[in-house]
Design a protein around this ligand. Structure first.
Ligand SMILES: Nc1c(NC[C@H](O)[C@H](O)[C@H](O)CO)[nH]c(=O)[nH]c1=O
Ligand SMILES: CC(=O)[C@@H](O)COP(=O)(O)O
Length: 156
């Protein structure tokens, strides 16, 4: 039996793109901090990380698509935070953002990481952006490195 897994060590030269939404930026900036920490501690130098901002999670799919098409990155991490409000707007933003990113991901040829918090309230969001449950941004970063490495293993 052969077990193939990606390790969490970035190969030299790896470049990461981060597509990040400004909406709820008190949360997305915290996710970004966690992601940068995860990437640099995996061996990605900070000058190999590009961070590109868009207004909200709804805009993440098109930015992600353009970043993938640029051919500059070994993985793209999306970061956003959508919090349920009083209207159905939450469902529209979440559905469009997640289905758009999933569509891009399948054709990307590189890992695309879904790093959007989709939560019922601010407390849930804060817990996932750096308090009780740690910082999901850090995990999104290590997910990106693991995916780069495992895809290389299975395609070599
Ligand atoms: N309500 C949230 C939004 N809404 C904004 C949209 O994402 C979009 O920027 C606007 O409709 C213009 O196209 N975005 C989030 O990231 N999080 C939210 O909770
Ligand atoms: C994504 C949202 O639901 C949000 O920020 C909008 O809130 P509301 O539904 O109260 O307008």
């Amino acid at each position: 039996m052969n077990i193939i897994e990606g390790n969490l060590v970035a190969l030299e030269g790896v470049r990461i793109g981060i597509a990040i939404a400004r909406f709820n930026d008190f949360l997305t900036r915290s996710l970004l901090k966690g992601a940068e920490d995860g990437l640099t501690r995996s061996g990605v130098p900070s000058d190999h990380i590009d961070v590109v901002w868009v207004p909200g999670a709804y805009e993440l799919p098109i930015l992600t698509q353009k970043m993938v098409e640029s051919g500059q990155y070994d993985a793209v991490i999306t970061l956003g935070a959508v919090i349920r409000g009083a209207t159905s707007h939450y469902d529209v933003v979440v559905n469009q953002a997640t289905s758009g990113i999933s569509r891009v991901a399948l054709d990307a040829g590189i890992p695309v990481i879904l790093g959007i918090l989709t939560v019922e309230n601010i407390e849930q969001a804060i817990e996932r952006a750096g308090t009780k449950a740690g910082n999901n941004g850090f995990t999104y970063a290590t997910n990106a490195i693991e995916m780069i490495n495992v895809l290389r293993e299975v395609t070599k």
